[in-house]
Design a protein around this ligand. Structure first.
Ligand code: SAM
Length: 354
């Protein structure tokens, strides 16, 4: 069979773009870790020597990094003056986490994935899972930094107001649990906004609970937020007005069991708020239409699916389960009223009542 050489060339270029993206991502992680973006945003146009001096790094390395970043179109090169600058629009993406467009934390995701290739390859061969705790620490940091952007933009301004009566209850003083709270980002945002309420974060990963406690203390909300090491099926507190799962339910081996446990821990009027990655639809074909599909399925293959398969039941929903499967999980767990309350560009929010 004759191959179409033009198609081969075009596809090779497509793969080259992906390889270049991966290499550039490594350079982003480096720039983020060394403070190069933040320093360049602060100094304005700078030579390699000036940027090296501002960041305590060596000029020869910085010169190479700047050249690559200019080649990638991330940084501008001003040939006449021999300086480099980070356009303010690019600074909003790479030099800060406090921007709706922040992406430096997302770059940590592939960094962590590359370091876990051996473990994941073994899992493909054995069919066993890889527990969340056994992922590379870059994954924990990336999860916190990436999802925080979505939560900061929507949680208290859109998602909570979209659930009937919840905002008033939280303002007056309610009790909230976050299951699989990770580093506590969502709970801390709520604690800042609703000082009369009390918040408990549960997570089975002790290191994440340690970080969450540090984050709550640094945010000045430790008086109303507590964190406990606990599996999603084992916490014994109840009477909660709100129980949340932020990007966690699909990671669990037994999401039906965890949702049923939460149902028993809710007050009769309480609400379960389920925050899941946004999917384009309920089928593979529909999901493939999303521009984020390749990233979402990659994260699911390396993190979400193996996390679920490492736990009892091992349902393995994956990160792109879709609304229909999530509704089925909640219905099986006994929830009677389930509705889509909100969404943003990253997440969908389901509101379920016992
Ligand atoms: C994808 S992370 C999400 C973290 C956090 N909710 C966020 O949005 O940043 C999933 C979290 O679920 C936790 N987790 C996984 N299985 C769990 C289980 N069976 N019980 C409690 N937590 C669990 C992990 O330790 C991890 O912190």
């Amino acid at each position: 069979m004759d191959l179409d050489t033009e198609k081969i060339g075009a596809f090779a270029r497509q793969v080259a773009v992906a390889v270049t993206g991966a290499a550039t991502t490594a350079m982003v992680v480096l720039g983020d870790e060394l403070g190069l973006y933040r320093a360049l945003a602060a100094t304005g146009p700078a030579t390699a020597a000036e940027l090296a001096a501002a960041t305590g790094t060596h000029e020869r390395y910085v010169r190479e990094w700047l050249a690559q970043q200019a080649a990638a179109g991330f940084i501008s090169h001003h040939a006449a003056k021999g300086t480099f600058s980070l356009p303010p629009e690019h600074a909003a993406v790479l030099a800060t986490d406090d921007s709706p467009a922040a992406m430096a934390g997302a770059a940590l995701l592939p960094a962590g994935m590359f370091r876990s290739i051996g473990k994941i390859a073994d899992a493909f061969r054995t069919g066993q899972g890889v527990a969340w705790a056994d992922q590379d620490p870059a994954i924990f940091a990336s999860t916190e930094r990436f999802w925080q952007v979505s939560y900061r933009g929507s949680l208290t301004s859109e998602w909570i107001p979209a659930i009937d009566g919840l905002q008033a209850r939280l303002t007056a003083g309610a009790s909230v649990a976050d299951i699989g709270c990770g580093h506590g980002a969502a709970l801390i945002l709520m604690a800042r906004e609703y000082p009369e309420s009390r918040f408990t974060g549960f997570d089975s990963h002790p290191e994440s609970i340690d970080v969450a406690r540090q984050r709550a203390a640094a945010a000045g909300v430790a008086d109303r937020v507590r964190f406990k090491i606990s599996d999603a099926f084992r916490y014994t507190d109840d009477g909660y007005d709100l129980i949340c799962f932020f990007d966690t339910l699909h990671d669990l081996g037994d999401p039906v069991g965890a949702a049923a446990h939460a149902r028993a821990a809710l007050a009769p009027w309480g609400a379960l708020m389920l925050i899941e990655p946004l999917t384009a639809g309920d089928s593979l074909d529909a999901n493939l239409a999303s521009p984020a599909a390749a990233l979402n399925y990659a994260a699911s293959t390396f993190l979400c699916l193996p996390a679920s398969l490492a736990q009892p039941v091992g349902l393995g929903l994956g990160a792109q389960a879709g609304e229909a499967q999530l509704r089925a999980v909640l219905a099986e767990a006994g929830y009677s009223h389930i509705r889509r309350a909100a969404e943003n560009q990253f997440n969908m929010v389901l509101d379920a009542r016992p």
